[in-house]
Design a protein. Structure first.
Length: 417
């Protein structure tokens, strides 16, 4: 019997997050013969898309076993825009499940979960299971970011919706063990919450094959091309500002340049490239010392392969206990040890237990220098790069960790195991 899942994402198809953290998982789910229907919300529709391009993307995804539907994403007048998207999404989802095929509504985060929950309540002939894929503590994230006021109307509304979704859903995914301990503590021993609903911890995984495909020869050629074959390369992948501690990372780069003397900074970011370059220049770091590039996801493994150290400084706060930064998985899959801070999901325990980097406890020059010294100690203990790849395979393998856990969860939801 063919099973169908309807996957709801409030992001656009071509956003890096969807390309690296949605499509690969859907392919893994489809490996068990599950037919996948995908709904995305597309930003800048007129600028980015033509009818021909939409048809081409739909054909490409169809060839991978994914039936794609889309709606326009709205952002003006934030709360009203989101409410409008929820209404439009609910209408389309109800129409899709009225075909009688959908067995699971797989909702990525709170807004899609609300859409799926309302839509299935409006269609009772066949009520699909609702899988709430919780990507973070959404209301708390907005409070920690200073966007909402804790106790304010918007925050209280979001918490009410979250509480309702936690009652409505038939199964759950969280990114970290810490999130599980907070939301579903009883599931740690059994895999089920107190109501008997399955709970699975699935961190942000990566396709290890993409990183393993970068040979030592390619790495050496890239280092020569960038003129860094005799330098220590410190890498950072991702955004700046907001949660990401820009000034602290630039401070670290400055300390690393003093520590290694031949240090070179490699930054791969999708946004604000010129602003990042200006900040580095203001701190005495120019083109001789650093490179800032905007790359498509498929090129990141090649560039990361040249790194000797990778960095991840994120604002430690309550909401970040639920976070699993994709960059950590990418660093380790590239064989690159990590310098990071505590208070972010399960990362500190992972880095310490697997000895694949250093966790700093404070943001100051002394801590940064000690971290670099500790890294050199780890290099002397054994093949640090191999240890990083081993850790990535154990913790973040798309196929044997992410895919396997999603497939097991689907079977539980469908009563097949």
């Amino acid at each position: 019997m063919t099973r169908y899942t309807l996957y709801l994402s409030y992001f656009s198809l071509h956003e890096p997050l969807v390309q690296t953290q949605v499509i690969p998982y859907l392919k893994e789910i489809a490996r068990d013969g599950v037919k996948v229907i995908l709904l995305t919300f597309e930003k800048d529709l007129r600028r980015r898309w033509t009818k021909e391009r939409i048809m081409k993307e739909a054909e490409r995804l169809s060839g991978e076993g994914i039936e794609w539907h889309w709606l326009r994403y709205h952002k003006r007048f934030a709360v009203l825009a989101t409410s409008y998207d929820i209404v439009k999404g609910t209408i389309l989802v109800r129409r899709l499940i009225s075909r009688g095929e959908v067995d699971i509504i797989h909702a990525r985060a709170h807004v899609p979960a609300l859409i799926g929950s309302i839509a299935r309540r409006l269609f009772v002939r066949k009520r699909p299971k609702l899988l709430f894929d919780i990507r973070g503590f959404f209301p708390e994230e907005y409070v920690d970011a200073g966007i909402w006021r804790e106790g304010g109307v918007t925050y209280r509304t979001a918490k009410f919706v979250e509480k309702w979704l936690l009652k409505e859903a038939d199964g759950f995914v969280v990114l970290t063990e810490k999130a599980r301990e907070i939301l579903f503590p009883e599931s740690k021993a059994t895999g089920f919450d107190r109501l008997g609903r399955p709970v699975q911890v699935i961190p942000c995984c990566v396709d290890l094959g993409r990183f393993a495909a970068v040979s030592e020869k390619v790495r050496e050629e890239m280092r020569k091309k960038l003129n860094v074959d005799d330098k220590k390369v410190i890498a950072y992948v991702g955004s700046f500002g907001g949660w990401y501690l820009t000034e602290q990372m630039i401070d670290f780069f400055s300390v690393a340049r003093e520590f290694y003397r031949n240090a070179f900074i490699l930054i791969l970011t999708q946004r604000d490239k010129e602003r990042v370059i200006e900040k580095l220049r203001n701190r005495g770091l120019d083109g001789r010392d650093c490179l800032v590039e905007s790359l498509p996801p498929q090129e990141i493994p090649t560039f990361l392969s040249i790194a000797d150290v990778a960095l991840s400084f994120i604002k430690p706060c309550y909401s970040k206990l639920s976070s699993s930064p994709t960059k950590i998985a990418e660093y380790l899959a590239s064989g690159v040890p990590v310098v990071t801070n505590s208070g972010i999901g399960d990362i500190a325990e992972l880095i310490t237990e697997d000895e694949v980097g250093v966790v700093i406890e404070s943001f100051d020059s002394s801590s940064y220098k000690k971290a670099l010294e500790r890294l050199e100690e780890l290099r002397k203990k054994g093949d640090l790069s191999a240890n990083c790849r081993k850790s990535a395979k154990l913790r973040f393998d798309l196929i044997n960790v992410g895919g396997e856990r999603y497939r097991a969860l689907y079977k539980r939801l469908l009563g097949e195991r």
